[in-house]
Design a protein around this ligand. Structure first.
Ligand code: NAD
Length: 478
């Protein structure tokens, strides 16, 4: 018996959860269920996180969480429960298998079978945002070595376990050389440990285009959080319907399983929703906890039901479909098919699909870190960079001098183009002259001088080298 936490969520959530539980329990899943309330009711009762503290206790105690979609109320102040859950519980890996069900579900990609492994905790989703000037806001993109190592290793271990042949990495490291560059570098390092699995890297833009056009050339694709968020929806949609895909959010201790779609409030309470997405999440959960035989039985019965043409409205199509059914009737049909296998669609055989046991991240020895300069970000309403340079040069001291000014990353001084559009947000880079060293006191001195000169510094960013290698990007055009 495995104790799991279940949240029925909002909108169509309760209907699809009831259907899912009915199917997996009928198939013999040995589960003890602890139900908690999350979502709209909790939000509207004044809890901006959408979940009560006691519910966290239940989730953390049981470790396995099956969650129906929830509605995040419109308007400010409500935190996304999904993002909070993933981060609080350290669910670093989001796994979404996207497979076509041709010819029973209409798709332009009949032989598609890919798995998106999305990093789930960092990247732009750290949500660290600031307005710095009248015209400019920023969002910090944080990528860490542990974050990259954990997700890339997960992708390779998953590929190995599932007998998949290739892992592809998508990044935009031609532009983001530090952040996406680290992700790509870690991918190359870890790929070497898996010589039996093919590996490749694509720049995300052309990779995404290729995936949407010719998904059959991909197998497992691993990527940072934001790209994964977008592309896993694209991948699910082009199999025929987002309503058919489930996802697993895996951490070192806890895991959460769900459908990828939302709470579809307009369809709620009408017994029309397709429970398949949540059922797919539940099947991933059964595999995860070692209930392999039950997972296999349910998946084959589900495939057989789709093959029989018993379809909910969202995938119903005259000609291919035989019977349009509601949520409850679909569940009954799957239960009636338990023990049967599909004949046209490929049946599944699950062997050893239990939770992956990955080694804990080991911190590397620290590099030799040297301060080599500083970027002062300045709010200035002028337009001529030469004028700003003259003003900023007034604060130089101790052999630390202005080396460059950029505006939104592009170099505008020295030798800028008058055509370059400039905002009120300027980065002034200071470097020590030849033979001079810089320390933090120099930075304080620069800031003090800026204050005296009425220069509005909005933030500083220290420039470091790590083992002699620059840990910062050049200005564009530098
Ligand atoms: P949605 O996924 O709820 O609905 C999009 C469309 O797909 C709708 O037309 C809906 O009718 C259809 N659809 C979705 N699931 C279906 C199913 N199982 N069967 C049949 N049709 C289905 O997306 P939305 O309308 O943008 O969001 C509605 C709410 O869901 C919002 O409050 C949003 O914040 C929330 N949401 C929650 C989650 C989650 O909890 N994991 C994920 C996404 C959105």
């Amino acid at each position: 018996m495995t104790k799991i936490t279940v949240a029925k969520g909002d909108g169509i959530g309760p209907e699809i959860m009831d259907a899912t539980l009915e199917i997996i329990l009928a198939a013999g899943a040995k589960l003890e269920i602890d139900e908690i309330e999350v979502g709209e009711k909790v939000y509207l009762a004044g809890n901006t996180s959408g979940i009560a503290n006691e519910s966290w206790d239940t989730i953390r105690k049981n470790k396995i969480f099956l969650k129906a979609p929830i509605t995040t109320p419109q308007g400010g102040g409500y935190k996304s429960l999904n993002v909070t859950t993933r981060k609080f519980l350290g669910l670093y890996s989001n796994v979404r298998p996207c497979k076509s069900l041709h010819p029973f579900v209409k798709t332009k990609h009949p032989i598609m079978d890919i798995v998106i492994v999305r990093e789930n905790e960092e990247d732009l989703y750290a949500g660290i945002e600031h307005q710095q000037t009248d015209e400019v806001v920023q969002c910090l993109k944080l990528i860490s070595r542990p974050g990259c190592e954990k997700i890339v290793r997960y992708a390779f271990e998953y590929a190995k376990q599932q007998n998949r042949k290739k892992v592809t990495c998508f990044t935009k490291d031609n532009i983001m050389k530090q952040t996406d560059g680290l992700f790509h570098q870690v991918f190359d390092e870890i790929a070497k440990e898996y010589p039996e699995i093919e590996n490749e890297h694509w720049i995300i833009d052309i990779g995404a285009a290729k995936m949407a056009d010719t998904p059959e050339v991909f197998d497992v694709i691993v990527m940072p959080n934001l790209y994964g968020d977008v592309l896993s929806d694209v991948a699910a949609q082009i199999t025929g319907s987002v309503g058919l895909a489930g996802s697993a959010n895996i951490g070192e201790e806890c895991s959460m399983f769900e459908a990828i779609h939302g709470s579809a409030p307009r369809r709620a309470g009408q017994n029309v929703a397709n429970p398949s997405g949540l059922l797919q999440g539940a099947i991933m959960m059964l595999n995860h906890i070692g209930e392999t035989a039950v997972a296999e039985k349910v998946q084959n019965a589900w495939l057989k039901t789709l093959e029989d043409g018993i379809h909910t409205y969202d995938i119903f199509k005259e000609g291919t479909s035989k019977q349009k059914v509601g949520t409850k009737e679909f569940a009954k049909a799957v239960i009636a098919n338990l023990g049967k296998k599909p004949t046209i669609l490929k049946s599944v055989t699950y062997k050893n699909d239990a939770a992956l046991n990955l080694p804990k991240y080991k911190r590397k020895p620290s590099a030799k870190k040297d301060l080599v300069g500083v970027d002062l970000f300045v709010h200035w309403n002028g337009t001529d960079p030469n004028e700003l340079a003259a003003k900023v040069k007034e604060i130089e001291s101790g052999g630390i001098t202005l080396s460059m000014i950029t505006n939104r990353g592009i170099k505008v001084w020295p030798d800028g183009f008058k055509e370059t559009f400039c905002t009120d947000h300027w980065r002034c880079r200071f470097k020590p002259n030849e033979g001079v060293e810089i320390n933090k006191s120099n930075i304080i001195e620069l800031l003090k001088n800026a204050l005296n000169e009425n220069i509005d510094t909005i933030k500083t960013e220290n420039l470091y080298s790590f083992d002699g290698k620059a840990g910062y990007s050049l200005g564009q055009g530098q």
